[in-house]
Ligand binder design. Structure first.
Ligand code: F6P
Length: 378
């Protein structure tokens, strides 16, 4: 008899293996692969990110190959709150590798912030006849997944997505490589115009409260100064570095700043989303920094805010491959009934880790990485 009688895991005996209480009474991985009509849902939540469609394709191909049914839950958690579903067959999964965005759309809906939201998630999941859910998202989306699993025994597995690369428990999230590629290309382009005009060009990149995109694109693009939230530098010191550079005959400079950098004089609006996040682009750190640099050094300075260009368009080959490996791993976790887990990259291996661990803390840029960047300042 199942130890957690009444829990969700016991409602469909014989269909899905559960790693926790009921695993011994349900079929294990090899058996599961032969079971037809298992229905797997997939959702994408939070900001979109290059590679989402590649994950959807990989999960779906694996599910359909194993004679299961595959369903897109539209618009993130909103799709389960409101019952928005879209069957996904081989036709829909075709041509997705190079396609940016997400074919099943996304929102930042948090069911825990809505009256009866969680109950509606459970009801729609049940009414649609779903057996498992693959949630592709960052800290917020996976935080909801972890909580549903812990509190409701919800059969969910996670895939780590975000251009910010700020999720602990995985070395890299997919989407990050593309964002770094886009930002690097922009920095390359800004070099020539900066040089032509003897200007300082400030480039504001995304990344929320971590500086991964700034450090990697700044390093790759040869930035002369990189400012990230984890390792603040007094503005006067940053300007002194730029002056030193100009004194040694370099009449232009590139400064990369992360949107979450805290510069004196900047502040955030009171507007927060359902997960409590402010819109950091409105902080306007790039413009404020450009103003400060011009005032303090006298060098003509311009700002470029890269914004959502970093998130749009086709994923790099590296992101397509990583997304595909994550998708296959997620499908495998479903087959094995290993719910409450997330696919993760450790070194070169795809492993699985507890969802809870993945969202426990922010993965910040360690000092050693920043030292590499700092070696080229000024
Ligand atoms: O988390 C991804 C991200 O692109 C952040 O880098 C950025 O701060 C935020 O999303 C922007 O969100 P929105 O698309 O809602 O403006």
């Amino acid at each position: 008899m199942c130890a957690s009688a009444g829990a969700r895991s016991c409602l469909r005996p014989g269909r899905l293996a559960r790693d926790r209480d009921c695993a011994q009474t349900f079929p294990r991985s090899a058996e599961f692969r032969t079971i037809a009509s298992v229905k797997v849902g997939v959702l994408t939540g939070g900001g979109d990110c290059p590679g989402l469609n590649a994950v959807i394709r990989a999960v779906g191909r694996r599910v359909l190959t194993n004679a299961g049914e595959f369903v897109g839950v539209r618009e993130g958690w909103k799709g389960l709150v409101d019952g928005l579903f879209q069957p996904l067959g081989l036709q829909e999964l075709s041509g997705l590798l190079p396609r940016g965005g997400t074919i099943i759309r996304t929102t930042r809906t948090n069911p825990y912030k809505l009256d009866g939201g969680v109950e509606r998630v459970m009801e729609h999941f049940e009414a649609e006849g779903l057996d498992a859910l693959v949630a592709i998202g960052g800290e917020d989306t996976l935080g909801v997944a972890a909580r549903l699993y812990e509190e409701r025994d919800f059969p969910v597995v996670g895939v780590p997505k975000t251009i910010d690369n700020d999720l602990s428990a995985t070395d890299y999230t997919f989407g990050f490589d593309t964002a770094v590629f886009v930002a690097t290309e922009a920095i390359d382009r800004l070099h020539s115009t900066a040089e032509s005009h003897n200007r300082v060009m400030v480039v504001e990149v995304m990344g929320r409260h971590t500086g991964w995109i700034a450090v990697m694109s700044g390093l790759a693009g040869g930035a002369d100064m990189i400012l990230i939230p984890e390792h603040p530098i007094p503005i006067e010191e940053a300007c002194a570095q730029l002056r030193r550079r100009h004194e040694r005959g370099k009449d232009f400079s590139i400064v990369v700043v992360s949107e979450g950098y805290e510069l004196e004089g900047t502040s955030d609006s009171d507007d927060v989303d359902e997960f409590g996040h402010v819109r950091l682009s409105e902080r306007g750190v790039g413009a404020a920094l450009a103003h400060e640099i011009e005032q303090r050094t006298g060098y003509e300075t311009r700002v470029t805010v890269l914004g959502h260009i970093q998130r749009g368009g086709t994923p790099t080959p590296r992101d397509r491959v990583l997304a595909t490996r994550y998708g296959l791993k997620a499908a495998e976790l479903v087959e094995e009934g290993k719910f409450g887990r997330m696919a993760a990259l450790h070194g070169d291996s795809i492993v699985d880790v507890p969802l809870k661990e993945a969202t426990a803390e922010l993965k910040t840029v360690p000092p050693a990485w920043y030292d590499v960047a700092r070696a080229f300042f000024g």
